[in-house]
Design a binder for this molecule. Structure first.
Ligand code: CO
Length: 214
């Protein structure tokens, strides 16, 4: 059997199992989705969002990219955020990074001529390193430096979300969503909260939209 045939076979078995427990499972699911969470995570195959929080289909709206980044010119991620906030009306956004992230490790290294596009995607992480160079360089091992940058990147991405008009508008009008920054440990399978931004968070004035006067 080919590796991809196994996926199709497993899918059939999974569908049968779900229907055996609840014959209406897919009928109800097909009508609509009302997820309470938007998850922005790393593409890393070892951090499968639904599996690590034991969630069912329909519970989490998901966007994943290399090193769980929110970049203000990335319409892919921003479209997901806008749809999740404005249409699905999610209560929480979780930005989830993970220790020993290959994207973060690569960002701390030289640029690779074989991966010019991926290099560009990691450019913002190099910036975060530059802002925190002193703190990161003071750590004794490479693993510690990578893992601290993993944490600082998550905190930075959460802040970037709060700088978007999508989030500021939703905070002003609907007092949602709350934004969470979590880090996942590949070695123990555990999530650790790092930062939480509530809808009444004060935004640095240079990033602020003034909805009252506009
Ligand atoms: Co990663």
């Amino acid at each position: 059997m080919k590796s991809f045939d196994k996926l199709l076979l497993e899918n059939k078995a999974w569908s049968e199992e779900k229907k055996a427990v609840d014959p209406e499972f897919f009928l109800a699911m097909a009508k609509t989705q009302t997820p309470e969470f938007l998850w922005i995570g790393c593409s890393d195959s070892r951090v499968p969002a639904e599996i690590i929080v034991n969630a069912e289909p329909g519970e989490i709206f998901i966007h994943r990219n290399i090193a769980n980044q929110i970049i203000e010119t990335d319409f892919n991620c921003l479209s997901v955020v806008q749809y999740a906030v404005s249409v699905l009306e999610v209560e929480h956004i979780i930005v989830c990074g993970h220790y020993n992230c290959g994207g973060i490790r690569a960002a701390l290294d030289k640029q690779s001529p074989n991966l010019v596009i991926t290099n560009k995607w990691l450019m913002h992480i190099k910036d975060i390193y530059r802002f925190h160079k002193q703190e990161i360089d003071a750590l004794p091992t490479e693993d510690q430096r990578v893992n601290r940058l993993v944490e600082l990147n998550i905190i930075e991405q959460v802040k970037t979300l709060s700088h978007t008009s999508i989030i500021q508008n939703a905070w002003y009008k609907h007092q949602r969503p709350t934004i969470h920054g979590w880090v996942y440990g590949l070695a123990d399978g555990l999530l650790h909260p790092l930062v939480t931004l509530y809808p009444d968070t004060e935004i640095d004035p240079i990033y602020k939209y003034d909805f009252q006067t506009s």
